[in-house]
Write a protein that binds this ligand. Structure first.
Ligand SMILES: Cc1cc2nc3c(=O)[nH]c(=O)nc-3n(C[C@H](O)[C@H](O)[C@H](O)COP(=O)(O)OP(=O)(O)OC[C@H]3O[C@@H](n4cnc5c(N)ncnc54)[C@H](O)[C@@H]3O)c2cc1C
Length: 598
């Protein structure tokens, strides 16, 4: 594609326009991830390591203890998988424990927990049964989230209490045949009635979780833009008792998450009162993406729980299974897997906590961090399940063990709520926007050097400052000073590479996914290292009173930092030393040949 083709492609232009409108609504505090792209370390959002607020800590502990008792007695993940259903008593029990409205305000019947507290609870459930954790997330993290974030006070009073108490269940319906990763391409139509009292919905949705059991759905549909020959997506509150609501297939047969009810549904001339519009008319895409953004935060918790179960099973097997006269754990190729699992789990937990705390601080913009958390933790879990599987050998393949179910359940994580490839592009492009803007400003200023000298001076100083100075990463523990300095130097190098990529590719960077992936991977690892350092530092500080208390986790933390620093360097080096042209040529050839390898 030529330099200008990306910019002049009308569809691409529309996508960029929509993204700008969605993402960049106004000045916001600089976030951790965006800071990395500018060569800065926004320390106060990562350090000190977040803790559950003191006034809530006891309640969260109590909830987790109650939940464990309930799950031990009532939850049978193997039966849920076999019967492809979550029993009613489990759903009711979770509702009674407050899990189905955990972060909803107390005034609406919720528990008013922080996101950090909720994540601890979800880690517990994710450790046992992915079907159950996904069912809860679809109800709580995305199903009723639009109401919590965008509902009017009247809508919230009317709809939220039964949902927060778990007496009713919720779902979130965005995906359609034409609108998968391309979420903006929703085709379901919502036409206003002549008297303006309601909208008439027509269209089909697929892959929608909870439809068969939910009483309230947030549905995305296209409404006409007044006085323009255009349409835009709007969010509607829909109930299954509306005439024209048709469930085409309540439980699509599927590989994993078999306990969840994933549906195909249709709206046939379905009237929806105008009072059911959620958020501003025509701003449904923003509603949808904000909701999904929020939902991604809990991916970290659930995948961490599942990963911990894998490690526990792998360690037990490695210590007990003997071959060649030795326990498997004595072989280096098994040790390397165990160590890698432990290192990643340490990072997954730390990233989840820091990301949850960004939401708890009331920041408006945490979309890059939740996208990084989602990609990092879902990739890590996939590797971890695979490693645990390998350590178990043939035994993992049989249905009397949980690993084959966990493997099936884990696969969807890299696809749902934003395919990882799409999120990777998003991380790189949104992250690189701030330095890109500074370059533009500098270029503009250079055209009018006398009129704009002050701006030119300030922007130039900022760019030059980031180029020569590594940011400070403040840690309190002396043993971590070396790692902190190395992280600072890598952030500086990362920023230089971002600048270089922007200068080299200019607007064509929108099409350069090989470059985007490398920048996104480096940024993700840097974010992970920052979270790990924060946690490690906090644990070292706390363990002064009782030395060696954290010996095991510190082995994992150190290993993570070393290996993650190396991955950052590899990703950045590959910006110059790569096989990109050969990859494109080989792929194009195979794509043209219909899959024949020549
Ligand atoms: C079990 C399950 C439950 C679900 N629950 C819900 C739900 O409750 N509500 C809801 O609205 N949706 C739900 N979904 C839908 C889910 O979010 C979509 O499957 C997901 O967004 C991907 O869309 P798609 O399947 O159409 O894949 P496609 O968009 O066709 O993408 C296929 C693949 O192409 C690649 N790809 C796509 N675009 C790009 C790009 N720009 N660059 C590079 N690669 C790209 C990715 O690898 C992607 O995996 C669910 C799906 C499943 C399987």
């Amino acid at each position: 594609m030529s330099r200008t083709k990306a910019a002049s492609d009308p569809r691409r232009e529309r996508q960029v326009r929509e993204a700008e409108e969605l993402l960049f609504t106004g000045p916001q505090k600089l976030g951790v991830a965006k800071g990395l792209f500018l060569g800065r370390f926004v320390a106060d959002l990562v350090m000190p390591y977040p803790q559950i607020p003191a006034q809530q800590a006891a309640a969260v502990q109590r909830s987790i203890a109650e939940l464990r008792r309930f799950l031990d007695e009532q939850l049978d993940p193997a039966a849920i998988d076999r019967q492809a259903d979550i029993p009613r008593n489990v759903i009711e029990g979770l509702a009674q424990l407050g899990v189905l409205g955990m972060t909803a305000p107390v005034e609406f019947g919720g528990r008013g927990f922080s996101q950090l507290g909720y994540c601890r609870v979800m880690e517990e459930i994710g450790a046992r049964c992915a079907s159950t954790s996904v069912f809860i997330n679809c109800h709580h993290s995305i199903g009723m989230r639009a109401l919590l974030l965008f509902g009017t006070p009247e809508q919230q009073r009317r709809w939220l209490p039964p949902l927060a108490r778990g007496e009713q269940l919720a779902g979130f319906a965005l995906t359609e045949e034409e609108a998968g990763s391309d979420a903006a391409n929703v085709q379901t139509q919502a036409q206003p009635s002549p008297d303006g009292s309601h909208y008439v919905l027509n269209g089909e949705k697929r892959y929608i979780t909870n439809v068969a059991i939910a009483q309230v759905l947030t549905v995305m549909a296209r409404t006409p833009v007044p006085d323009k020959n255009e349409s835009a997506v709007t969010a509607f509150l829909v109930t299954p008792d509306m005439p024209g609501f048709v469930v085409l297939e309540p439980r699509m047969e599927k590989l994993g998450l078999r306990g969840t009810a994933t549906a195909r549904l249709a709206f046939r001339d379905m009237p929806v009162p105008k009072e059911n519009i959620l958020g501003p008319l025509g701003k449904g895409l923003k509603v949808a993406l904000t909701v999904l953004d929020f939902g991604r935060a809990t991916f970290g918790a659930c995948t961490t729980g599942a990963a911990k179960t894998c490690l526990r099973l792998a360690v037990k097997h490695a210590n007990t299974r003997r071959q060649f006269g030795r326990a498997l754990g004595e072989f280096e190729l098994i040790k390397s897997k165990i160590a890698r699992m432990a290192a990643h789990i340490y990072a997954m937990e730390a990233m989840t906590a820091v990301t949850a705390s960004l939401i708890d601080r009331g920041l408006e913009d945490y979309m890059l961090e939740t996208a990084m958390l989602k990609v990092f933790t879902t990739e890590a879990l996939w590797e971890i399940v695979n490693d645990a599987f390998q350590i178990h050998g043939g035994a993992a393949y049989f249905t009397d063990r949980p690993l084959e179910r966990m493997l099936r359940d884990a696969r969807i994580n890299q696809i749902a709520e934003g395919a990882n490839e799409v999120l990777m592009s998003f991380i790189a492009l949104v992250g690189a926007r701030a330095p890109g803007q500074q370059f533009q400003e500098l270029q503009e200023a250079l055209r009018h050097p006398w009129g704009e000298w002050r701006k030119m001076w300030l922007v130039g100083l900022e760019r030059a400052g980031a180029a020569v100075r590594a940011p400070e990463v403040p840690v309190s523990s002396a043993p971590l000073l070396g790692d902190a300095r190395r992280l600072g130097r890598l952030i500086r190098r990362f920023n230089l590479e971002v600048d270089r990529a922007l200068i080299q590719h200019r607007e064509e960077i929108l099409e350069r996914q090989y470059v985007q992936e490398r920048l996104a991977r480096a940024a993700m690892e840097l974010f992970a290292c920052a979270c790990v350092l924060s946690r490690y530092d906090a644990e070292l500080q706390a363990s002064h009173a009782k030395p060696d208390a954290n010996e095991m986790v510190h082995g994992a933390a150190s290993l993570f930092l070393r290996s993650s620093f190396r991955r950052v360097e590899e990703a950045l080096s590959a910006l110059r030393d790569n096989d990109d042209e050969a990859v494109t040529a080989a792929a194009d050839r195979v794509l043209r040949n219909g899959g024949v390898c020549r």
